[in-house]
Design a protein around this ligand. Structure first.
Ligand code: AMP
Ligand code: MG
Length: 331
């Protein structure tokens, strides 16, 4: 059962309490309803993917009460500060390098060295974000592939029983998603058109490169680019039924014997736990495996149901052939 909370002081404090406890709460923003979860807690983020039945771990937008909060977790450029001043709170998402001491977890950033941040323009949403005091990941509050919800009824149509609560803040004012602008490279790049026009952005910071979107509503990040960020240094062997002497093991459930170093995604074979430990595990095995002279990471079978699909998608990318020059992800 999903609670419908009203946007009263009581509703807000309940919503904040749930979010701080790692639970999922959908809430209205000026764009669409977001499915909120603590972006610093990989288990909460795993539950977002599970609730949405998303077949892959794409990076999520973290939401903040104000620019100062947001810029504690990413490294703002001069343009970022100017745009924040001009358009926040509002439907503009900025992609920036993750700060070394930022708290947005790897799963929320899909292992990328950058993170997407935004300050929404909805009073109740801002009050909620202030009350929680942590980055809140919030993709649209619908099942994967369904239309974005612009009121609480839409949210419940898709997610009733799959999330803890929806904070009913009434219908959304804008109804289209935020504009996503990547400021992490040399030139600002438009990754997704949305509530703030690129012309308005250009009037403030000068030329913005348009990246042709393959599908509406999806950031056209080149798959090759993602693959290279996603790949650990050691080759990955999927579906291992046994371990060789020079392999590190990414275990799931009861671990195979004989590996030089082991990271168990979930001893009890829970998929949400496995998802929450996936990025940390790959980094650990890459580092320790290399140190111990391993040549490969063997991966035990993971079921292809529920979150298992997204885990396998991620592992499949890690096992894919590498580009010649590999860009390593953040430590
Ligand atoms: P949604 O969560 O449905 O609002 O969609 C979030 C969008 O932001 C997706 O299209 C992501 O690919 C994009 N996004 C989030 N973080 C990043 C990032 N670090 N780099 C590029 N795109 C991002
Ligand atoms: Mg969506």
């Amino acid at each position: 059962m999903t609670d419908r909370l009203s946007s009263t002081a009581d509703g807000l404090s309940r919503a904040a309490e749930l979010l701080r406890g790692g639970r999922l709460v959908a809430f209205g923003t000026e764009t669409v309803y977001g499915l909120g979860g603590d972006a610093t807690d990989p288990l909460a983020v795993a539950r977002i993917f599970e609730a949405k039945k998303r077949p892959r771990f794409n990076p999520l937008i973290s939401h903040f009460a104000d620019a100062d909060e947001a810029f504690r977790h990413v490294v703002p450029t001069a343009s970022a500060r100017i745009l924040a001043e001009r358009f926040w709170p509002g439907p503009l998402t900025l992609v920036l390098p993750r700060a070394a001491d930022g708290a947005i977890c790897d799963l929320a950033a899909a292992g990328l060295p950058t993170a997407a941040v935004r300050v929404p323009a909805e009073e109740t949403a801002l009050a909620l974000l202030r009350a929680v005091g942590r980055p809140i990941a919030a993709p649209s509050a619908n099942l994967s592939g369904a239309v974005s919800p612009s009121d609480a009824d839409h949210v419940l149509e898709g997610l009733d029983g799959r999330i803890d609560a929806v904070l009913d803040t009434g219908p959304c004012a804008v109804g289209v998603e935020s504009t996503i602008l990547d400021l992490s490279g040399d030139t600002p790049r438009l990754l997704r058109p949305g509530g703030i026009s690129v012309e308005d952005i250009e009037a403030v910071i000068g030329p913005v490169a348009r990246v042709s979107a393959s599908k509406t509503g999806q950031a056209p990040v080149a798959p090759g680019m993602l693959t290279s960020h996603y790949a650990p240094g050691l080759p990955v062997r999927l579906n291992a039924q046994s371990v060789e002497a020079d392999e590190a093991l990414l275990a799931f459930g009861s671990p195979l014997e004989g590996a030089r170093v082991v990271w168990n995604l979930s001893e009890t074979a829970r998929l949400d736990e496995a998802a929450s430990r996936l990025f940390a595990g790959l980094r650990y095995l890459d580092r320790e495996g290399t140190r111990l002279g391993c040549r490969r990471i063997a991966v035990q079978p993971v079921p292809s149901t529920g979150l298992g699909l997204a885990i396998l998608d991620r592992l499949g990318r890690a096992a894919a052939p590498r580009p010649a020059v590999q860009e390593r992800s953040v430590a």
